[in-house]
Structures are given as structure tokens and as C-alpha cells.
Design a protein around this ligand. Structure first.
Ligand code: NAG
Ligand code: NAG
Length: 224
């Protein structure tokens, strides 16, 4: 069993080398960032433009137990979104979600998602991801209105609906699906992608009447 402190220290040490030579704390140039998808998939349609924002999501997927099917159904998610644009051309970029996941999963319950970025040297919070109730049920929202250069800008959010769903190419039973979503409201972006997921899937069955659960996950969210 690893201690939280030890893992944080190891991960921080591993990232320190590149992070000290990289501009941090703001939004770096995203023009060279590419959405790296398996060549065999055709479900997620990659935009030809560069992303507007490249972020790491750290949070939980919530589920309730269906009494009719004894299976968990999604009731939303809550995540903190960290700016990782400054890591985009470093070797750490490819595995940042796995590094973050180790720290997040080992963190005691008192440690909230919004401080996990500090332990992986990407402390810059860009926004929050959560669900809101809309006319058509639960809708996913990415909200940048409280942080950094978008603080106080009430248009800096996007509510988006799923248009593409790809089971995680690696470990789909544990890792939530990769998604493409299109804007239905808000000025922040017209498309959102969730890729490079780690964790977040519920157990395959549940006891009817049991409490809702939260399953920790990390993922990259890219906005276009
Ligand atoms: C998800 O669960 C967390 C606690 O783990 C809670 O803070 C949050 O409000 C829940 N969100 C939804 C949409 O169920
Ligand atoms: C507010 O945010 C939106 C969405 O990112 C952006 O299009 C708009 O230019 C911003 N407004 C100001 C005044 O910065």
C-alpha cells in the first residue's frame, strides 16, 4: 500500500524536470495539440482545427442502483478541469491522466479533486464539469466562469450532448467510454471530447435499494 504523500512526491519529482522549463499557470499555445485517437475507430470525428482548451479532468462518476435491473445507471459526474496545454509537447502529456489517477485514487477522502493538480504540477484550474437538469433530462456542463481569465464571464460555459461514444480502447470494463459531444448551449466551445479515460466504471451489478456510489476517474477533455 502506497502512502498518498509518497506517491505525490514521486510523481512531482518525475514531472519537475520538464515543468520547470515550461511556461506554466496560464494557457499555452494549443495549435500543435492533436487529438490522438486509435486509427481504427470511426466513431469520434476529429475536428481539423486545433483545440481551444486542453484539460485534465479529475473527479467522480456517480451511479445509482436500478431496482429493476440490479445494474448501476449513470446519474452524472463532477470533476475539476486543469489546464494541461503547457504539457502538450512534453513526454508527460501522454500519461498525465494515469499519473493523476494514481494520486487521486490513493488520496484520502478529505482530499478534494481541485487540489490534485498541485500534486502533478498542473495546478491551474480552468473550470468545473458537472451535470445540470435540462428539459431533456441530465445534461453535461463544462463551466469556466469561476477561474482564471474567464472568471466572471457568464458566457464561458458549454452544455453539450453526446454524438459519439467509443468504448475505452484499453480496459473498457474499468475505464469510461471516450466521447464526442456537441454544443447545445453556451459560448465556450462547439465541441467537447473526452478521451484517455482512467477509471469511472461502476461494478457490473448492485444490490437493489443500495446507496448511490461515486467512482473516481480521470480523463482528458479537449474543447473545440
Ligand atoms: C456525485 O457525488 C458526489 C459525492 O461523491 C457529490 O458531491 C455530487 O454532488 C454528486 N453529483 C451528482 C450529479 O450526482
Ligand atoms: C466570454 O467568454 C466567451 C466564451 O469563451 C468568449 O467568447 C467571450 O469573448 C468572452 N467575453 C469576454 C468579454 O471576455
Amino acid at each position: 500500500m502506497f502512502s498518498f504523500q509518497l506517491i505525490s512526491t514521486l510523481a512531482s519529482a518525475a514531472l519537475l524536470v520538464s515543468a520547470t522549463s515550461t511556461h506554466r499557470g496560464g494557457n499555452c499555445d494549443t495549435s500543435k495539440s492533436v487529438l490522438d485517437l486509435p486509427t481504427t475507430q470511426t466513431t469520434l470525428i476529429v475536428p481539423s482545427t486545433a483545440p481551444l482548451f486542453v484539460t485534465l479532468g479529475v473527479g467522480v462518476q456517480n451511479y445509482s442502483c436500478s431496482s429493476t435491473t440490479s445494474a448501476y445507471t449513470s446519474i452524472g459526474a463532477v470533476a475539476s478541469l486543469f489546464d494541461i496545454s503547457c504539457l502538450a509537447e512534453t513526454p508527460e502529456f501522454a500519461t498525465i491522466q494515469a499519473t493523476a489517477s494514481i494520486i487521486w485514487k490513493n488520496a484520502p477522502p478529505s482530499v478534494k479533486a481541485h487540489i490534485i493538480g498541485r500534486h502533478i504540477l498542473t495546478p491551474s484550474l480552468l473550470g468545473d464539469h458537472y451535470f445540470v437538469t435540462s428539459d431533456t433530462g441530465l445534461a453535461a456542463k463544462w463551466d469556466f466562469t469561476s477561474f482564471g481569465r474567464f472568471a466572471g464571464n457568464t458566457s464561458a460555459f458549454v452544455i453539450a450532448a453526446k454524438v459519439g461514444d467509443l468504448p475505452a480502447p484499453t480496459g473498457p470494463a474499468a475505464n469510461v467510454d471516450w466521447l464526442a459531444l456537441n454544443n447545445v448551449q453556451g459560448a465556450l466551445a462547439s465541441k467537447v471530447f473526452r478521451i484517455d479515460t482512467v477509471g469511472g466504471q461502476p461494478p457490473t451489478s448492485c444490490v437493489p435499494g443500495s446507496d448511490p456510489i461515486s467512482v473516481k476517474y480521470t480523463a482528458k477533455y479537449l474543447f473545440y
